[in-house]
Ligand binder design. Structure first.
Ligand code: AMP
Length: 118
């Protein structure tokens, strides 16, 4: 499996501030934020795309969702944020290590983040 920058980040090989971490995932700020709050929930397990996950990843995927909500609350945006998962080049995925984008802080409707990112 090809390594990615997120593999290096989750393993601590590239110094990056973790705004949250546990045994299954890390959370970092996106280097090119698309909204005032833009963080990435990255599993330590290097699943390339969402479609590459299998039944054995169910608990991990659920955990990432729960962490997204908790981190959003921690960042003060628990009442209004969007989760985005790009899957595959055609969606705009650029890093082939599954991750959830948490976006918040500007209008999420009427042309704001309605079209997601990528
Ligand atoms: P995606 O297009 O869904 O694959 O999203 C990849 C995201 O990773 C983009 O929003 C990038 O800005 C972000 N990104 C790439 N490299 C880094 C990095 N070293 N630290 C933080 N975010 C990064």
């Amino acid at each position: 499996m090809t390594d990615t920058i997120f593999g290096k980040i989750t393993r601590g090989e590239i110094p990056t501030e973790f705004i949250y971490e546990d045994d299954r995932c890390v959370v970092i700020r996106d280097i090119h934020p698309q909204a005032p709050t833009h963080v990435l929930i990255i599993p330590r397990k290097p699943i390339p795309r969402l479609v590459d996950a299998d039944d054995g990843d169910s608990a991990l995927l659920g955990h990432l969702m729960l962490v997204a909500g908790r981190v959003a609350e921690q960042l003060g945006v628990g009442d209004g944020f969007r989760l985005v998962v790009n899957n595959g080049e055609a969606s705009g995925q650029t890093v082939f290590h599954l991750h959830l984008h948490v976006l918040a802080g500007r209008t999420l409707v009427e042309g704001g983040l309605a079209n997601g990112i990528g």
